[in-house]
Design a protein around this ligand. Structure first.
Ligand SMILES: Nc1ncnc2c1ncn2[C@@H]1O[C@H](COP(=O)(O)OP(=O)(O)OP(=O)(O)O)[C@@H](O)[C@H]1O
Ligand SMILES: [Mg+2]
Length: 249
């Protein structure tokens, strides 16, 4: 079967006036349909950079990324927009909610780019908000009137509203107390049971342990298996550095 996500040798180098920043170093990463994978790593290790590429919001400097068998580099802007609108639900680390719109309007936003009629958009948004257990009383509140945990759940509902096959979530429990965090994780388990493919980024080992599989990212390099990021053996690091030097020689 074709994997949903297949990355080979992904590098990301940012260019700025300050110079070049080589953030991702030859990432190989595969996710099969219906898998729930956690990516764990310390702050600054490149998690969001990787997630933006996975979500087709950014393009790698080198390497190949196939999404549902399609080489992303070969898609036109319109095709990419189509993939983002229908295939991917993205939960941003910073929520990216529009503060002046209501909860319901925020959740309906991704459907604005589809031909879905307004009453259907509203019905789906309500459904998605129920899925994250947000209180109905909040649906017509502006999001800047919500708590961080409530905003987080609105951001997840927005990612679900287009019923995507793939859900990419960047620190979805990062700002939550443990009770709300557990509620959010229940949502991900239900989505997994419904057959969704989930990639979840976290720096919390307990959250990562709930996934089917865990990969570690450290200094822009990926390690498969369940070694917590602060226990990646130095030999692994050294071997990866040697491989990297050989690759760039
Ligand atoms: N557009 C950019 N231009 C230059 N450098 C960038 C850019 N985006 C990210 N970086 C750098 O890449 C590194 C990794 O950033 P990234 O946001 O991927 O980390 P992260 O693992 O998500 O961290 P956190 O856990 O704090 O969210 C950081 O050093 C950051 O400064
Ligand atoms: Mg991040």
């Amino acid at each position: 079967m074709t994997p949903v996500i297949e990355m080979q040798g992904i590098h990301r180098i940012f260019e700025s006036e300050a110079g070049l920043a080589h953030i991702l170093h030859g990432i190989d990463f595969r996710v099969e349909a219906g898998e729930f994978v956690a990516i764990i790593g310390p702050s600054g290790s490149g998690k969001s950079t990787l997630m933006n590429i996975l979500g087709c919001l950014d393009t790698p400097t080198a390497g190949t990324y196939r999404l549902s068998g399609l080489n992303v580099a070969e898609l036109t802007d319109d095709e990419l927009a189509e993939v983002r609108a229908h295939e991917i639900g993205f939960v941003f680390q910073s929520f990216n909610l529009l503060p002046r719109l209501s909860v319901l309007e925020n959740v309906m936003l991704p459907l604005a780019y589809t031909d879905c009629p307004r009453h259907e958009r509203e019905r789906r948004a309500v459904h998605a908000l129920h899925a994250v257990a947000l209180d109905v009383g909040h649906f017509d509140h502006r999001v800047n009137e919500l708590s961080g945990g409530q905003m987080q759940r609105v951001a997840i509902a927005r990612a679900l509203v287009n019923d995507p096959a793939i859900i990419l979530a960047d620190e979805p429990t990062g700002n939550l107390d443990s009770h709300t965090g557990a509620l959010v994780m229940q949502t991900f388990h239900r989505l997994k049971d419904a057959g969704k493919t989930i990639v979840l980024i976290t720096h919390d080992a307990h959250v990562a342990a709930e996934a089917d599989r865990m990969v570690t990212i450290r200094d822009g390099r990926i390690y498969h298996g369940d070694a917590p990021y602060d226990e990646v053996p130095e030999v692994v690091m050294a071997a990866a550095d040697t491989r990297q030097k050989e690759a760039t020689r």
